[in-house]
Every structure is written in C-alpha cells, then in structure tokens.
Write a protein that binds this ligand. Sequence first.
Ligand code: ADE
Ligand code: ZN
Length: 331
Amino acid sequence: MKKWLNKLPKVELHLHLEGSLEPEFMFELAMRNKVMIPFKSVQQIRQAYQFDNLQDFLDIYYQGAEVLIEEQDFYDLTWAYLLKCKEQNVLHVEPFFDAQTHTDRGIKFATVINGISHALQDGETKLGISSVLILCFLRHLSEQQAFITLAQAIPFLDKIKAVGLDSAEKGNPPEKFSRVFAKARELGLLTVAHAGEEGPAPFITTVLDDLLVSRIDHGVNAMQDEALMKRLIKTQMPLTVCPLSNTKLKVFAELSEHTILKMLNRGVCVTVNSDDPAYFGGYITENFVALHEALNLTKKQAKQLVENSINASFIDDQAKQALLAMLKAYQ
Ligand code: ADE
Ligand code: ZN
C-alpha cells in the first residue's frame, strides 16, 4: 500500500514553503548566510520540534525562516520541495508563502517572490509539475500591514493566483481582513483562508461569508456545527486537511481520532495535504500512509481524496480533466 500511495498521482493544495525547510538545509543556510540559530546541530533542531499547540510551532517556524535571505535561498527552498513532489508523484501544487515573515526582516518582496517563482517555472519545464502560488497574510499582524503587503504584490500579480490567511488563529478572527480580501478580489485574485484549525466553527462561517473564500484551509472544527456541515456538503466547499499537522499540533490527540474519513464518508470535499512537512514528520505520501495505518484508508478513499483535490484546484478545466483521467487510469 505504501508504494501504491506513493505512486498514486497527487495534487497538493496546502503547503507552506517555509514549512518545507528541512533542518539540514536550515543549518546549511545559517552557515551560508552567517545567521545565528539557537541550535548546535541538525539533531538539536529536530529535537526542538515538539509542540503543544499552533503557537508553540509558529514560534519556532518563524525563527527557522530567518535563515532565508537571498533570492537563491528561496529558489533552493522551493526547488527542494518540488524534487520531493517528483519523488512522490505530486503533479500539481498550490503552495503558500508568508511574505511578511521576510519583508519584516528587511528582505525585499521581489527577492522572495522571484526566487520562488523561478523555481516553480523550472518545476514546470524540468519536472513537469504545474503550480499556482498563494500569498498568505499573517493574521497576528494588522490589517494595515496586510494592505502594505498586498500593495507590494501588485507588480507581481502575474505570479500570484490567490491570497490566503494563516498564523495564530486564536484571538485573531478573520473579519479583521474583510477589506483587504475585498481589495485582493478586486485585483482579480482568488481567496482562501485557514479557519477551524484551532479556532471555532463560526470562524469558518465568517471566511465563507466575509472573505468569500474558494477553499477552507483545515476546517476540521466544522464538525462542531451540524448546519455548517450541511452547508459544506451542499456547496461542495473544499477543505484542505492536514492530518499529520493536526496530530503534531494536538488538534487531535491521535490520528485514529481524526475525523477526515468521517467527513469524506458524509460527502464533504476533503483533501489531504502536508502543511509544514519539515516540521510535522512527512510530506503528502506520509500523510496518506499514516491515514491508511491509523484509519484503514482504502485505495478507493485515497482516489476520492485526490479527485477532490483536483476538483478544488485553481487550474483550468482542461488541465483538471487531464489529471482526472490519469487518476482514473491508476490502479
Ligand atoms: N503557518 C504555517 N503553518 C500553519 C498552520 N498550520 N496554521 C496556521 N498558520 C500556519
Ligand atoms: Zn497551513
């Protein structure tokens, strides 16, 4: 089954590029860029990856991202992720990047996006992996800071398909970003948002009604609200669920308690994703394998989850049909 899941044609819709920074590469970049990190070895970095909640993780994740300085660093980070995708037969990706984590340290928006975009273009031509890029706003920062970031993105709109909302959910309800999301939509961008990861079900309703999202990132707390569940099923609103992330950040105590297959069986458009694979113990294949081991995920369910991802992706209909045909042919 592991081999079958690895070869299964896949699509990833919830991946933070900064969360794919492997400890080995973090260490190498710290030396390359002469950035101090509070770790003496790669092993020490890995040992620090024990989290009780989202904030615990974010503290270490933002610190880790400080080793990224040059355009080449952003290229290398993205390229390493794409090589992993190639290994795991991921054919299309829609990664997030957290511009503010870098611009707040004096790195130019152009440095970040040019490095990432160049690697994504090479991914398309050299590896055959298609992609669209999503700019996330950090919700612990202000509305004004999000507006500044959106303004910085304007010269690069040909490289960005959508905006998203991430970082600490508790205490940062989505309505703070209604106006900046409206502006992003005016600029022709699609919208997605993290909601219902640690935050309550009403945050999911708000991102649907105020931020007019095309997908919900995580959304597992929708299970708290039956009317919302019915709405998600009726509208086939996609949820980008991240199983290993949810156990690492203690959203669920054990993977065997995860509700993704309950949602799938009820007809919710759930998808499988890795979120921050370098921090949570695995890329997309490892997430599928873990679901098989903890919840007896079947081949049929795995194919349905990928079909959901294809349908939820931001590619045109012709590209969707091509991916759906490849998926169907896979036995
Ligand atoms: N940024 C990176 N990973 C995240 C997550 N799981 N939730 C919110 N913000 C994030
Ligand atoms: Zn995420």
